[in-house]
Write a protein that binds this ligand. Structure first.
Ligand SMILES: [Zn+2]
Length: 507
């Protein structure tokens, strides 16, 4: 591999989340890292490339703490799903996928992310009936080809969704249940062995494309598998992420099955630890938050997804007050449709405004911006990203300060959170390389990708016609059964109390 020339970024204004103003500064990039930050016009090494950043605000690449590369083919399919019906319908949305389809779906999401100022993500990637080496490498290759960082984590469980909610399978009429293709979930031991194999053979530079663990939803995982995944994360020092407390129905079910909250259950299994991040974290009570904070767990909030699925509103102020690190994510395009971290960051702040009449309790722009950058670095276990400082990764977004929503320029952090929508993204550098220049993605031919995606989706939609029809018969039964477990509107319901014992909702 040829050595890369050092690069000097001249004339930009450097934003550090939390600062009101962005001072002019030059940045010297060497070997993918920020070697030096200095005053405009500072000396540079001989033979250095120069990037003119005049008129640009430079901010650290946004970090998407939770997405799903397999989900980006689902756009335009539905607008009427709850989380539970979404989980029941994956055989339709993701049916009949070839590895090439998985690659293209991941590539679409990665391309959107980098064009919208996001330089790294945590991808819980799903394959049916279980994760494969080839599938995970395929997802990793898509991120590598686009040029962004990612943690790729097989999203796996040793149980099925329909069996995870007590009584749900019995509520499905026999004739309809017979139409569902039977499958045998892998055992906990087989799954853990598969994860170890994939990790052992991981072919990528882990600073760029890391391998992680993704036991999907605790209710779908046996105790043996969940505890085993936690042990593997500790022994191999791997990032691990699960969907925690996304809907109130999950907490009601946890109390019915185990007599305790999901967080207490994970605590008892020894899964809580500082490489764990928990996606959603909506229905946590104060004891849950204390347990997670004590263990150093990072919360990844997905407000856009929570609104789309009607899951409830995450309590970011309570999580911060409880001492948790908070990150943000888009979630899959199957449940929030876009991969725009600016939009998610704005929502994270604004949602808090309807959770307290006291503005002192609202999430500030600084807190939201930090969650989208430094918080994401914690979720991905990539401490070199999330801040623009000497020695850290050169993952830099160049925003055009001449763009209309930057007029007038006053407080850079507030305007980044309140006004930016990705339309001012001019260039994006990742690992010292330009991936987007003058709003053009340099690594992927989008016109060709569009043709490939439309061909693939036309084939998949034709193959999945029967699955779609089956899902539409299943949807009202699953929807009614699950919503009966928890009061609506969910967003107005209080978190379940920490008291142990079966939840009264089920009695
Ligand atoms: Zn998710």
């Amino acid at each position: 591999m040829t050595a890369r020339r050092p690069t000097m970024i001249r004339g930009g204004r450097l934003l550090r989340p939390g600062a009101d103003t962005a001072p002019a500064a030059d940045i010297l990039v060497e070997g993918g890292r920020i070697a030096r930050i200095g005053p405009p016009g500072m000396d540079m090494p001989e033979g250095c490339a120069v990037i003119d950043a005049a008129g640009c605000l430079l901010h650290p690449g946004l970090v998407n703490g939770h997405t799903h590369g397999h989900g980006h083919f689902s756009r335009g399919l539905t607008d009427d799903l709850t989380l539970e019906t979404l989980l029941a319908g994956s055989f339709w949305f993701n049916g009949n996928r070839r590895h090439e389809d998985k690659y293209l779906s991941t590539l679409v999401g990665a391309a959107e992310m980098v064009l919208k100022g996001c330089t790294a993500c945590y991808d819980l990637f799903w394959e049916f009936p279980t994760a494969s080496q080839e599938g995970m490498v395929t997802a990793g290759r898509a991120y590598s080809d686009v040029g962004m960082r990612a943690v790729v984590a097989p999203m796996v469980a040793d149980g099925s969704f329909l069996a995870s909610v007590p009584g749900l399978l019995d509520a499905i009429p026999d004739a309809l249940r017979d139409e569902i293709t039977p499958w045998t979930a892998p055992t906990a031991d087989a799954l853990l062995a598969r994860l170890a194999e994939i990790d052992d053979a991981w072919p990528f530079d882990r600073d760029r494309i890391a391998f992680g663990l993704g036991p999907t939803v605790p209710l779908l995982c046996s105790d043996a598998f969940m505890a085993g995944a936690g042990r593997m994360a500790r022994e191999r020092n791997l990032p691990i992420q699960t969907h925690l407390s996304e809907t109130r129905i999950q907490e009601v079910t946890a109390r019915h099955r185990w007599g305790r909250s999901l967080t207490e259950h994970l605590f008892d299994l020894g899964v809580l630890g500082d490489t764990l991040s928990v996606a959603h974290a909506v229905w946590l009570n104060e004891r849950d938050i204390a347990l997670l904070a004590e263990a150093g767990v990072t919360a990844v909030l997905n407000p856009s997804s929570n609104l789309r699925l009607g899951s409830g509103l995450p309590r970011m102020r309570a999580l911060l007050d409880g001492g948790m690190t908070v990150s943000l994510g888009t979630d899959s395009a199957s449940c929030s449709d876009h991969q725009n971290m600016y939009e998610v960051t704005r929502l994270a702040g604004y949602l808090s405004h309807v959770q307290s009449p006291d503005p002192a309790r609202w999430v500030t722009s600084t807190e939201a911006a930090r969650a989208a950058t430094e918080g994401g670095a914690a979720a991905l276990q990539m401490p070199e990203i999330g801040r623009l400082e000497e020695g850290r990764a050169a993952d830099i977004v160049f925003l055009d300060l001449g763009w209309v929503h930057w007029m007038p320029l006053r407080n850079v952090t507030m305007q980044l959170v309140q006004a930016e929508d990705a339309t001012a993204v001019r260039h994006v550098m990742i690992d010292g390389r330009m991936v987007v220049r003058d709003r053009q993605l340099l690594t992927v031919d989008l016109a060709r990708l569009q043709r490939q995606v439309s061909d693939a989706v036309a084939r998949l939609d034709a193959m999945n016609t029967g699955n779609a029809a089956l899902f539409r018969k299943l949807q009202p039964i699953v929807g009614r059964f699950c919503s009966a477990l928890s009061p609506f509107p969910q967003a107005g319901a209080a978190p379940l109390p920490p008291a142990s014992g079966p939840d009264p909702d089920l009695n």
